[in-house]
Design a protein. Structure first.
Length: 104
């Protein structure tokens, strides 16, 4: 019951505004920002939950989870953000240009 409600609120209210805002940027800027934001987010959460020493031990141990979290996941998050921006740009109305205003 609440799934449709939240989907309507988030998609209907914030979707077009977010798509217009993301449409101002180039795709590579969106990709880099999303990937960098994910890495900062993961770093802050890791330090918060494990402390600095415990979080450092993740990288010194022979563990592949740190490689996945800090190398592969940001690429996926960045590609997903670019995909959302591209789909949003297809549906947003275009503003009339100066040439269109001068036509009779």
């Amino acid at each position: 019951m609440f799934d449709g409600f939240w989907s309507g609120i988030l998609g209907g209210l914030f979707g077009p505004a977010l798509a217009q805002w993301l449409g101002r940027f180039k795709y590579w800027v969106i990709f880099l920002f999303a990937a960098f934001a994910w890495q900062i987010f993961a770093l802050i959460l890791g330090i918060y939950y494990r402390g600095w020493v415990g979080f450092k031990n993740i990288f010194t141990d022979d563990n592949s989870s740190s490689l996945i979290i800090f190398c592969y996941v940001p690429v996926g998050v960045g590609i997903f953000a670019v995909f959302v921006a591209f789909l949003g740009s297809l549906n947003t109305p275009k503003k009339p240009s100066e040439d269109d205003k001068n036509k009779p």
